[in-house]
Design a protein around this ligand. Sequence first.
Ligand SMILES: NC(=O)c1ccc[n+]([C@@H]2O[C@H](COP(=O)([O-])OP(=O)(O)OC[C@H]3O[C@@H](n4cnc5c(N)ncnc54)[C@H](OP(=O)(O)O)[C@@H]3O)[C@@H](O)[C@H]2O)c1
Length: 270
Amino acid sequence: MYLKKDTKDEANYKRLHNRYSSPNEAQPYALVTGGSEGIGKEFALELARSGFNLLLVSRSQEKLDKTKKTILEQSPQIAVETATFDFSNFNPEQVKDLYKNLVIDQSRNLRILLNNVGVLGSKRLLEEDPQMLQNMIVVNIFAQTFMTKYYHLYIKERDSKLPYNLSAEAERKRYGEIHLSSFISERSSELRYIDYEIVKPSLVKTYMTGFKEHWRAVDPYEVPYGVFRALGQQREAYGAFKHICWGTITKYEPHPVRVQRLQYDGRQKN
Ligand SMILES: NC(=O)c1ccc[n+]([C@@H]2O[C@H](COP(=O)([O-])OP(=O)(O)OC[C@H]3O[C@@H](n4cnc5c(N)ncnc54)[C@H](OP(=O)(O)O)[C@@H]3O)[C@@H](O)[C@H]2O)c1
């Protein structure tokens, strides 16, 4: 049996394969939005090391080509496809077409969706540039909503047995879905077949945060390892060890202390 129910104690590459690939199927693909830089790129590198083919989507073909080259130098055995797409300016039909062109028409075995793309302004919310405010709403909310919608449609059309007919084969087949900037909470029956995980890193040194040095900041490569360790075991993950500690402490933070801390953080912005 290629899918074990409990893959908790296995190395990440083995766990990913046990959960998402089958000897009877084509090599699995993972689709990473915002996969050309920062945390998304590090997820892509980790997935490539685990033998997953990759579909990377972001705006700049130049960045995508550079990332593809880096990935293939490290993991020449996998395939990497790239597509340019601007998640700040799209309509749902274009997301549907993205799946059609990248996945369905090519008969690719897409098993993991990583909803990573996100943007963040540097100012206090109401002092932010209106275009940035709009981008934050469209990219952080609409992108993952429609990527998720069409991913689920793809799964249902491809494996029509999954949600209704619990045959032994369908029981074993799983898909993964990972969200980095998530407003989506737990959903219905599909969860039985989808390892659904919300990733909540604290500060990560990337372009988004101006590569800020801070005692709480971690390098982006520290995030995917912990996230994949938790995949299929926990619905929420912090990723880096430092962030697991910080997240656990702040979970039990008294409310007045939390308000003070957030106000202090807000005052640090322009
Ligand atoms: N960094 C942190 O401290 C931190 C903390 C918590 C959560 N997160 C979340 O983690 C995710 C990744 O953040 P990051 O720090 O890795 O960001 P990043 O370094 O700025 O990378 C963003 C990625 O998204 C792509 N992208 C940006 N805008 C896009 C658009 N409109 N359409 C398509 N692609 C776009 C970028 O490539 P192109 O320029 O080529 O488009 C790049 O590949 C985000 O969802 C963020 O909210 C980050």
